[in-house]
Write a protein that binds this ligand. Sequence first.
Ligand SMILES: [Zn+2]
Length: 196
Amino acid sequence: MILPIVAYGDPVLKKVGVDIDKDYPDLKALLDNMFETMYNASGVGLAAPQIGLAIRLFIVDTTPFSDDEDLTDEEQKALNGFKRVFINATILKEEGDEWAFNEGCLSIPDVREDVFRKPKVTIEYLDENFELHTEVFDGLIARVIQHEYDHIEGVLFTDKLSSLKKRLIKGRLGNISKGKINVDYRMRFPDQKKKR
Ligand SMILES: [Zn+2]
């Protein structure tokens, strides 16, 4: 089932997510729905707050990045089929010199800006079977994980922009909250006037 994606301005996007346990109701169905929702919107990641749940859960599938011709064969191979579920994740370490990447977000359609992040991340998480992993990721995989991880910490990529950039996109963000935007996937807008 495709779920509506919560738009910029909804308070759930600012909440720090809580841990879940094995007994979380209908987790399997929730994960299926989240993947379906993400693929439908052509996303490479989706976090639970984006579908209205303030829990520490996000999913990633970087396959759409794998045909980028600017990448090495090795990088393309790593991105192709990198599909993961991250539950109760904690970033243990971020390393290296910050690099810029033009990020977007399914909750903030049509807004793309360069965001600076460190290239290498060590993360501890549970997978969909509640098996514990500690792994190191780099490059675009790390980038997507860092973006989604921010969501479960109540942080959006627009929070990381300079105050000038924030001012420049303020009007567009307000329009997104009001639903004044063309988007080809299902969304829920916090400030949309109710239709009669
Ligand atoms: Zn996002």
